[in-house]
Design a protein around this ligand. Sequence first.
Ligand SMILES: Cc1cc2nc3c(=O)[nH]c(=O)nc-3n(C[C@H](O)[C@H](O)[C@H](O)COP(=O)(O)OP(=O)(O)OC[C@H]3O[C@@H](n4cnc5c(N)ncnc54)[C@H](O)[C@@H]3O)c2cc1C
Length: 445
Amino acid sequence: MNREHDEIAVVGAGLAGCLLACFLARRGYRVALYERRPDPRTGRVERGRSINLALSERGLDALRRIGLDEQVMADALPMRGRMIHPVAGEPQFQSYSSSGDRAINSISRGALNNALLDAATARPGVRAVFDHRLVGLDPATGELTFETPEGKVTAHAPVVLGADGAGSAVRGQLLAHGLLTESLDFLDYGYKELTVPPVGGDFALDPDALHIWPRGTSMMIALPNPDRSFTCTLFWPTHGTAAFASLGSPAAIERHFAEHYPDLVPLAPNLVDDYQHNPVGVLGTVRCTPWQANGKVGLLGDAAHAIVPFYGQGANCALEDVVELDRCLDECGDDWSAALPLFQQRRQGNAEAIARMALANFVEMRDKVASPLFQLGRRVEHALERALPGRYVSRYELVSFSTTPYAEVARRVRRQHQALGVVAAGAAALLVGAVGTVLGRGRRR
Ligand SMILES: Cc1cc2nc3c(=O)[nH]c(=O)nc-3n(C[C@H](O)[C@H](O)[C@H](O)COP(=O)(O)OP(=O)(O)OC[C@H]3O[C@@H](n4cnc5c(N)ncnc54)[C@H](O)[C@@H]3O)c2cc1C
């Protein structure tokens, strides 16, 4: 491949696609970044995707590598813990880290995407092509077919990279050509966004926390925005009596929220309108294999491994993918037929590990966080982290505040829990022995 003449096609100018274009341009490649939507910088916003997201160390590490971290963080709102809202009583704060000073960052998805798009298109050799929806791909020849407002157009590329999200058309084309298998596990839950506007020009809730209303089988969360509003996301079942569709009238919506989220009602004046007009998004886990075909077509980000959003890691993981692909290209001397399989070998186990942790975290967020036993467990965990710095590190810290590979996080947490189990069993045996001795003495007297 001639880097000066040939153009790599990146499909999808979302988070992963734009960052990838930056990294490829730095390697000296020419890149065409194809996006189905119009240019998002023109101000037209798509409804139904999360407005903000939690950016943590993995995403920040990737942005740092292209010098974009400070610009993105300038508008970020650090959230140092969870604020748990019970049905009755005061909200309770649970710190994310043992030191209390580590934070995940609420950022605007649109602003992050625009910053990445600006960074990509500012690089020599990168051109962004909007209103181009990929509808066809010949994996053998690299011929791409797009639907545009002017009709169908075709293009050719020696390497095609699918960064086109959970419903990836590139993945769909590989599937149609019999080059890949996939499984889509949809959750029986959907999501809907509501807004809490500022009150008197200030935040209506504490902006230092990610707010959670755990309600057993469902939940609502809220993240702060730079304009001092909060975006709330309801995660509710899609079927049954507790489903979104079960609230058919304004009165039913108001009644339901007054009963289950009483502290939200006075803060959300547009509750009924938001509820009735905002769409319900689907949630699921995408698994597929292989992530590449013929060393010429590759998948990354949500296109390869979409996960449910409950660990706040999908975007972080997608951005981290780009760092790893860049590393693979380094190690393979830019031989794509070696780099793409190596990328899959390095990332697939990690993607599976975070997919599982994200599913498990849904149960933790919607149910366990409210229990006194869980809260005690977190306090013990933080005490252990302080007593054994660097040797005992919680899963949350390893996932959110480090770049330890996700699969290694899962293994390390398992080892820590096993060690704790052994210590607890030993302590229990000692206690039983001591109690037995004391009781024995009593009987002899
Ligand atoms: C409710 C919710 C909350 C979330 N919260 C968080 C969070 O707090 N933290 C976090 O890290 N992650 C979060 N995520 C996950 C995160 O949004 C995704 O993991 C991330 O956006 C994936 O990036 P991507 O670039 O792979 O895909 P996307 O961001 O989906 O980008 C794909 C791009 O491809 C374009 N495209 C699609 N099809 C085509 C086509 N046929 N032709 C051309 N272009 C196409 C799309 O328009 C889009 O621009 C959340 C997700 C949801 C649903």
